[in-house]
Each structure stands twice: as structure tokens, then as C-alpha cells.
Design a protein around this ligand. Structure first.
Ligand SMILES: Nc1ncnc2c1ncn2[C@@H]1O[C@H](COP(=O)(O)OP(=O)(O)OP(=O)(O)O)[C@@H](O)[C@H]1O
Ligand SMILES: [Mg+2]
Length: 247
């Protein structure tokens, strides 16, 4: 029996009076790569922020490694690595300095030089954040999510802005994390990435999880309705069409 490391039940949250999460439920098993898919504005990043404890659902419950994130921020910080969609660092901070600064928050951090190499920033150790290209900044944010040797990582659109080699390297890094037993939550708009990497996915639509399961099952279900469905991208787009028709 696999252990559940994340358990989200019926989470609901309004922001500025607007219902952003209506009914979000999913579980993530230890060592699993779990994808969160959904259109812009569906509530994916808000869900990630609830997992970090930065936001607190008004209804429902969230457990991460047995903790309530907003009640145990210190425990969550030690256990979970986050890469947020809109992270910003001071422009003068150099790549290696940033990693070493973040490493100092953790009891057993990764080696900063090895980590820079692993995310393809070996040549940028002394480059200030403000001078890095968008893709390099993205790679640095991934390194910062991994530096504390977390048991769980939450990655919000981590391959957006990366070049093809960068994407390949980062996806390989995630596979390596899984081999090390790390559980991964991967928010992505890239269906090929989700199909290749994720054990299971949740589809979020207007703040509600409307489908959860292995990508191959979503494809098989969609193919049952339309034999022309080839892959997860076709299946996902078909599901969204159906949801919009019924909304
Ligand atoms: N502080 C806020 N006040 C009002 N609305 C907000 C606030 N924060 C987020 N929202 C709204 O919540 C919705 C969900 O936002 P969220 O960032 O979670 O979407 P997402 O699924 O991550 O989208 P994307 O794919 O574009 O990153 C959006 O409609 C957004 O405008
Ligand atoms: Mg988002």
C-alpha cells in the first residue's frame, strides 16, 4: 500500500469575493508524479499556494505530509520544495549566491555546485539574477525548489520558457527525483509532458477537479467517445469542450 503524502478534500476559497476554488479534491501517493492540468484561471496556482500554506481554503481540508500547511509552515518548508509561477529574486543576487542563501535555510541541503550543473547553470554561477535570460531564471527557480532535498516538490509551469534542451534536462531531473522517492506535483500546460511523466493527473476546470486518473485512462475514455483521439492533448481538449458545453 502506498502512503498518501498530499490529501486535498473539497477545498473551496474566494479571493476578493470571487470563487476561485469551488471544489478541489485529489490525493498524491508517495513517489508519484501527479499532474495538475486546466485552462488559464482554473485555479492551479491557487491550489499550489494552498499546498504551501500561503493561502488557506475557507472550506475543506488540506494535508501535506500529514501537516496542515498554514499551521505548520516550518515543517512544510523543510519537507516541501516549491517553484512558484511568478517568483522573483533581487536582480543583483548571483545564481550561486541565491542557491547558497536558500541552502542555509535547510538542515541537509544539496551541494550548490552540483545543483547548478544539474539544472544547466554551471556557466552562470556568477551571473546576477537580473542579467539572466528568462529560461535561465526559470532553471534557477527549479534549483531553488530542490536545494533543501525536499520529500515533496510542487512545480508550477516549470518548463514554460525553457528551450528544448532545457526542457529535456529538467524533465530528466524530475525523473531522477522520482527515482530518489520524491513525490512531485507538476502543474503544466504541456500535454506531452504530462502524458510522458505523470502517473496520474487532475483536470481543474473553474475551480473544480472534474477528472482524476492516469493519463492513459483519460485517453481511453475519450477514444471511446471519439475514435480519432490520439493522445492526451486530444483527450484533454475533448474533455474541456464537453465541460464548456455543459457549464
Ligand atoms: N487575489 C485575487 N483576487 C481576485 N481574484 C484572484 C486573486 N488571485 C487569483 N485570482 C483569480 O483566481 C483565478 C485562478 O487563478 P490561478 O492563478 O490559480 O489560475 P491558474 O489555473 O494557475 O491559471 P494559469 O494557467 O493562467 O496560470 C483567476 O481567475 C484569477 O484571476
Ligand atoms: Mg498558474
Amino acid at each position: 500500500m502506498s502512503t498518501t503524502v498530499i490529501d486535498v478534500r473539497n477545498a473551496a476559497l474566494r479571493l476578493s469575493g470571487k470563487p476561485v476554488l469551488r471544489d478541489v479534491s485529489f490525493t498524491v501517493a508517495e513517489g508519484e508524479i501527479f499532474g495538475i492540468l486546466g485552462p488559464n484561471g482554473a485555479g492551479k496556482s491557487t491550489t499550489a499556494e494552498c499546498l504551501s500554506g500561503a493561502l488557506v481554503p475557507e472550506h475543506g481540508s488540506i494535508r501535506v505530509a500529514g501537516m496542515q500547511p498554514h499551521h505548520d509552515l516550518a515543517g512544510i518548508r523543510e519537507t516541501v520544495g516549491y517553484q512558484f509561477q511568478s517568483a522573483q529574486l533581487p536582480p543583483a543576487l548571483r545564481a550561486r549566491e541565491a542557491i547558497e542563501l536558500f541552502a542555509s535555510f535547510y538542515p541537509s541541503p544539496r551541494n550548490s555546485v552540483e545543483l547548478l550543473e544539474a539544472v544547466g547553470l554551471g556557466d552562470c554561477a556568477k551571473t546576477p539574477y537580473g542579467r539572466m535570460s528568462g529560461g535561465q531564471q526559470q532553471r534557477l527557480s527549479i534549483a531553488l525548489a530542490l536545494v533543501g532535498n525536499p520529500r515533496i516538490i510542487v512545480l508550477d509551469e516549470l518548463t514554460t520558457g525553457l528551450d528544448p534542451e532545457g526542457r529535456r534536462d529538467v524533465l530528466e531531473l524530475i525523473r531522477q527525483m522520482r527515482r530518489e522517492g520524491v513525490s512531485v506535483v507538476l502543474i503544466t500546460h504541456f500535454m506531452d509532458e504530462a502524458q510522458r511523466l505523470c502517473d496520474r493527473v487532475a483536470v481543474l476546470f473553474r475551480g473544480t477537479t472534474c477528472w482524476t486518473g492516469p493519463p492513459s485512462e483519460l485517453v481511453a475514455e475519450a477514444r471511446g467517445r471519439n475514435p480519432e483521439v490520439n493522445d492526451l492533448a486530444d483527450a484533454y481538449l475533448g474533455l474541456l469542450e464537453e465541460l464548456r458545453r455543459n457549464q
